[in-house]
Design a binder for this molecule. Sequence first.
Ligand SMILES: [Zn+2]
Length: 251
Amino acid sequence: MSDIQHQQEAPRYSVRYGQRTLSFYWTQADSKTSCKAVIHVHPNGEVEVQTPVGTPLIEAKQALLKRARWVTEHLDEIHERRRHVLTRDYVSGETLFYLGRRYVLKRVPSDDQRHVKLLRGQLQVTGPDLTRERVKGDLRAWYRQRAKEVFQRRLAHLVGQLHWLESRPDWRLLDMKTQWGSCSPKGVILLNPHLVKAPTECIDYVILHELCHLEEHNHSQRFYDLLRYAMPRWEVVKHRLDGMSEILLNE
Ligand SMILES: [Zn+2]
């Protein structure tokens, strides 16, 4: 998980690789224990080069060039996936996700007041004059409400497992285009309401990632030690979430 603030604050550079320009943002691992550069290709197509403190820029660029082939393959895959994501029409039969399960959207024209409910594998939007915009707005409100409840519950559960937290931190929902979560400098956790479409273990992973940032702000070795303590198989879960990102972030 890359946090929006890390991406915004980190300096950006680029290198030439054949006909392509690879741009990346550069972060530093402040732990003495890690001694080599790590390259991440994030689901939103951002490339991160993380090096130990004191590494000169030229070495960060060389590290990226060494893995350039792998990086470009990943970027091409992301690009390809994006091309396949269709714009939603919000008509009956479309697939929607909630807590990792698939539901079929069903528009139910009725004189009742508009409302949304889950029923037998369907996500039903009921009411008069169900235009695309209304259905979209109703679903959006429904997801936000569900996100509030689910995240609150998961946070309460997870905070109790982490010895560095004495109380539940402040958190709020924030719509983000490419990020699942973030942690403000004041220690407020921001969670993307779209995350409620993902399986619970993925929600837990994002929350735990941010809770670890309350103790260790950077993506240092110590941060990853905390994360591994909190969720030993976090990499598997992250991989699962990354694979779904495009489709879950597509409103
Ligand atoms: Zn982070």
